[in-house]
Design a binder for this molecule. Structure first.
Ligand SMILES: N[C@@H](CCC(=O)N[C@@H](CS)C(=O)NCC(=O)O)C(=O)O
Length: 197
């Protein structure tokens, strides 16, 4: 069995779980619940971040993009296209990864003592998410029923906004994205991995 250092609230871990389900490898991955504050995690990932995937030979892969492409490649490459759509797909994933990085930084800021929090920092990260949502809103009509690592990461990122920033109501200003997200989020891989506290 491979071992995945994971937490159910992490959208980056969720990318890996969704990829595992979409490619039929869920049963080959043992989940090891991990607190990123645990110094032991550094043995697997010196960045102390999850996901980290330990392979059967003990080697460890880090970063969701690397782990997802590894899993997908093992099963013949379904989610990472090899044709001309590869680069826009990877770029879409990278945009959503960046949005999740910004949203997570905002979330971490809320966990600091109130006197140490910076409104400027929060607004700077929020601006990245807002600008990227506007860009995705323009692209959403072209998504169709494409299922690849790009569109899956869009859904995972939107679900993370629902999970941590529901009060900011992204659907209100992004009707095309909302119309695409509704049926897409019924995919079993997404339903089975929704974040929860
Ligand atoms: N680029 C990384 C980001 C992973 C990441 O930021 N994970 C968060 C949890 S969602 C984490 O481990 N944070 C702990 C920390 O930053 O110390 C990936 O795609 O896997």
């Amino acid at each position: 069995m491979m071992k995945l250092r994971y937490s159910i609230t992490s959208p980056f871990v969720r990318k890996v779980l969704v990829t595992a389900i979409e490619t039929g490898q869920e049963g080959e991955i043992e989940r090891v619940k991990t607190n990123t504050a645990d110094p032991e995690l550094a043995k697997h990932n010196p960045l102390n971040k999850i996901p980290a995937l330990e392979l059967e030979d003990g080697a460890v892969l880090i970063d969701s993009a690397v782990i997802c492409e590894f899993l997908d490649t093992r099963k013949g490459g379904k989610l990472f296209p090899k044709d001309a759509t590869r680069w826009p797909t990877l770029s879409r994933m990278a945009l959503c990864d960046g949005m999740m990085d910004a949203a997570i930084l905002r979330r971490y800021e809320t966990l600091r003592p109130e006197t140490l929090r910076s409104i400027e920092w929060d607004q700077r990260q929020k601006g990245k998410v807002d600008n990227s949502l506007a860009a995705l809103e323009r692209e959403a009509p072209s998504f169709g029923d494409r299922v690849d690592i790009g569109t899956l990461t869009v859904a995972i990122m939107l679900d993370y906004l629902d999970f941590r920033f529901a009060h900011e109501a992204w659907r209100d200003r992004h009707p095309a994205l909302a119309a695409w997200h509704k049926p897409f989020s019924a995919r079993p891989s997404l339903k089975a991995t929704l974040p929860a506290d």
